[in-house]
Design a protein around this ligand. Structure first.
Ligand code: HEC
Length: 192
């Protein structure tokens, strides 16, 4: 205990002394924060760490359980997987997801994860960067219309910087287009 408190008071004193002494010129690498730029690599990094594949890449059964089917990377809910009615849930359960991890049923209705590949008819092919930014920032379908429903976590991704979001869009535009037609969401009327 005595040793610990000695160490912490020593550290505090040292930190205080360092703060008061005239600043030594900091090495260049620390002085300037890394420049934030728009890049495909950065977009790829964000997509692969922010969980986009978890929902937008269909799952298939692998040796260790469900795994993302990267041959269909980010192509959204597969059109041939017909999931038009959610299961009846009871007790504490509030939502359900199908075996590909791309159709979600909950109080809002049924949502199908979007095709994020640049296919012109089924994906982001005709989207502009501005539409993408508004979709994520304002939670509006195609950047303008109905609210984007759960479980798409746009409320989290809206906190990414402009450069981050532009990088994500730039990366998505480099994907191989997949002609997968995702069904429209089935939206429940809000309870009065
Ligand atoms: C927890 C699951 C989940 C995660 C994680 C997720 N999404 Fe989604 N996303 C969805 C669902 C479900 C929809 C469809 C929602 C709807 O129809 O309202 C969707 C829709 C979208 C749309 C279309 C919005 C529109 O106009 O209708 C875009 C763009 C999108 N997601 C991008 C991303 C990106 C980029 C990431 C990663 C940074 C991501 N999503 C991560 C579930 C998810």
């Amino acid at each position: 205990m005595r040793l610990l408190s000695w160490i912490s008071s020593f550290l505090l004193t040292a930190a205080f002394a360092a703060a008061c002494s005239s600043p030594a010129p900091a090495p260049q690498a620390q002085a300037t924060p890394p420049a934030s730029t728009v890049s495909v690599d950065r977009g790829k990094y964000i997509v692969s760490t922010a969980g986009c594949h978890d929902c937008h890449t269909p799952m298939k059964m692998g040796p260790n359980g469900p795994e993302p089917d990267m041959t269909r990377a980010l192509s959204g809910h597969p059109a041939e997987e017909k999931v038009e009615k959610g299961p009846a849930l009871s007790g504490p359960w509030i939502a359900a997801v199908n075996s590909t991890g791309t159709a979600w049923s909950g109080p809002w209705g049924i949502t199908y994860t979007a095709n994020l590949t640049p296919d012109r008819n089924n994906g982001l092919g005709i989207w502009t960067e501005d539409m993408f930014m508004r979709a994520i920032r304002e939670g509006k379908h195609m950047g303008t219309s109905r609210p984007i429903l759960p479980p798409m976590p746009w409320q989290v991704y809206r906190n990414l910087t402009d450069d981050d979001l532009k990088s994500v869009f730039a990366y998505l535009k480099t994907l191989t287009p997949v002609a997968n037609r995702v069904p429209d969401a089935i939206i429940n009327e809000p309870k009065k």
